[in-house]
Design a protein around this ligand. Structure first.
Ligand code: GLC
Ligand code: CA
Length: 562
């Protein structure tokens, strides 16, 4: 079945993590005016949509993913007037704005939770998930995604509330129709303001298994909550209701962050009939890739094999074909930097491998997402102590595994942080080679990666061969070639352990893509007999029968012409 054409399938999205993007007033924290000031840069890059990580009022236990007021702006980021100015300016640049919608949980400082915890018969009690103790302890063995128990005892009423993330992020009770109405009203309020869509935070987790059973114990400490909170019994019903009551009234784009999603589930969330969401993010190629070799839980440092990443992505490409729309990403604010993770961030190979990875992803089917700094090939950080970290996930994991239980050494844990910590993505944007990488004139809230003197926007923009200019070209190619958006996908060379290759097809045209994921020359016969037009490559000269180190090529062949 041919895909129905809509703007968000043809768009390229750029994710902004406002705290680290650009500081306009010298307090060391990125802000809304900082974004407005850089819209020309984004226009020049060519992106169509900005996904804004949360900018709502928040005590910042999880950098804005803990919201205390959905209809107000975080003090450090500016005011509602600043927001309106940014939204208007973006629209004048033909850039749309997609808001992060964090509604699996609120902050414990949200007025609903303050009421809810005040007494068992408060009208807001049932807005959250409260349980009696079991044998004087937590209601079950679930581990929160940020370590420790997923339950917190509230002394005043003697009951526990569920928090799948930090204890300052109590989970909302979506089974309560009043909660759903409140959320739908709030979403409508933002849509009426003129925003262009929602990225829905852990939306696959809003419906819990009503039995709250113990989970399988993995690391010898707590049980896994995943199977009982992801893709729960009512999740599709609630999203259909949201679609009916809010989304369907607007021409907006929606993407669900779908922890634990399988292809079968994704076909429901992002079904082509449009009864739920536009698309989802899955985690198989990021959080799922190295599990077997990991030190503990998500923490590991082995570089994943190309074949594992490829087989996962190919499975999703072919699995969704004709059924549901997909999304494409390497990086976001929860992932390490892709050039460090799947590529090679040494000075010799950084640019070539960053371009190669970008080619691998941007020639696939689905809506691509670029995370701030990815377009200049920003790299991971190096952490020498847990004191260098800001992220609650890292700090809590360190406390649990290193300090409290001693199951991982400090050295080993820091090695894991260097490889996969979320803080790698959260260092300030590197704009130029002046102090603090031009991010702020004050003291940055978080350390700047010391490599900013080499890796920065100013240098990248003026160098025609930069990673930045390569991304610009990839974006332009997608806008100019329907085959990149709508062409069907077929894996090629699936026996290769070094070259990731595939082809796309539309209306008698074939686009052949091959990427060498290693620093050695590798056999690749795909282009030998092919004429056609080279759309993009990170090398100017090619060799017969092989791909050079980290070489990427995409050739378009029009069968109607030969
Ligand atoms: C999502 C966000 C992440 C946050 C978590 C809890 O996974 O992307 O940053 O910590 O949800 O809101
Ligand atoms: Ca600021």
């Amino acid at each position: 079945m041919a895909d129905k054409k809509v703007w968000w399938k043809e768009a390229v999205v750029y994710q902004i993590y406002p705290r680290s993007f650009a500081d306009s007033n010298g307090d060391g924290i990125g802000d809304l005016n900082g974004i407005t000031e850089h819209l020309d840069y984004l226009k020049e890059l060519g992106i169509d949509v900005i996904w804004l990580s949360p900018i709502y009022k928040s005590p910042n236990d999880d950098n804005g993913y803990d919201i205390s007021d959905y209809r107000d702006i975080m003090t450090e980021f500016g005011t509602m007037d600043d927001f309106d100015r940014m939204l208007n300016a973006a629209h004048e640049h033909n850039i749309r704005i997609v808001m992060d919608l964090v509604v699996n949980h609120t902050s414990d400082e949200h007025a609903w939770f303050v009421e809810s915890r005040s007494s068992v018969d408060n009208p807001y009690r049932d807005y959250y998930i409260w349980k009696e103790p079991r044998d004087g302890r937590e209601p079950n063995n679930w581990q929160s995604c940020f370590s420790g128990s997923a339950w917190e005892l509230d002394e005043s009423t003697g009951m526990y509330y569920l928090h799948c993330f930090s204890k300052k992020q109590p989970d909302l009770n979506w089974d309560n129709p009043k909660v759903r109405e409140e959320i739908f009203d709030m979403m409508t309020w933002w849509c009426e303001k003129g925003i262009d869509g929602f990225r829905m935070d852990v939306i696959s987790m809003i419906s819990k298994n009503p039995d709250y059973p113990d989970g399988p114990v993995r690391d010898g400490i707590y049980g896994d909550l995943g199977p009982y909170v992801c893709n729960g019994p009512h999740v599709h019903e609630y999203l259909e209701e949201m679609n009916r009551k809010v989304l369907s009234a607007y021409d907006i784009m929606t993407v669900g962050e779908a922890a634990g999603v399988t292809i079968e589930e994704a076909k429901k969330y992002a079904n082509n009939d449009g009864t739920e969401l536009g698309m989802v993010f899955h985690f198989e190629h990021t959080d799922g890739v190295v599990t077997a070799e990991n030190v503990i839980g998500k923490w590991g440092y082995a570089q994943p094999k190309m074949t594992i990443v490829r087989d996962i992505l190919n499975k999703w490409q072919t699995g969704l074909e004709g059924k549901a729309w997909g999304s494409l990403y390497w990086d976001n604010h929860d992932q390490p930097r892709v050039v460090s993770r799947f590529g090679n961030d040494s000075p010799k190979w950084r640019e070539l491998s960053a371009k190669m990875l970008a080619t691998t992803l941007h020639m696939m089917k689905g809506t691509p997402y670029i995370y701030q700094g990815e377009e200049i090939g920003m790299t991971n950080m190096h952490f020498t102590s847990v004191d260098d970290c800001d992220d609650i996930e890292e700090i809590n994991a360190y406390t649990q595994y290193v300090t409290e239980h001693g199951v991982v050494s400090a050295e080993e844990m820091l090695k894991c942080f260097d490889a996969v910590a979320r803080d790698n993505a959260r260092t300030p944007m590197q704009w130029d080679d002046s102090d603090n990488a031009g991010f702020t004139t004050g003291k940055p809230w978080f350390a700047v990666n010391p490599n900013y003197s080499k890796i920065n926007v100013k240098a990248a923009v003026s160098d025609p061969d930069s990673v930045y200019n390569y991304y610009r070209k990839l974006i332009r190619l997608r806008h100019e070639n329907e085959i990149i958006v709508y062409g069907s996908f077929r894996p090629l060379m699936t026996d290769s352990e070094t070259v990731y290759a595939y082809e796309r097809e539309l209306d008698g045209k074939i686009l052949t893509v091959a990427c060498n994921w290693t620093e050695d020359e590798q056999p690749c016969p795909l282009f030998d007999a092919k004429k056609g037009k080279e759309l993009i490559s990170n090398y100017t000269e090619h060799k017969q029968g092989v791909l050079q180190p980290y070489e990427a090529r995409a050739i378009l062949h029009d069968q109607n012409e030969s």
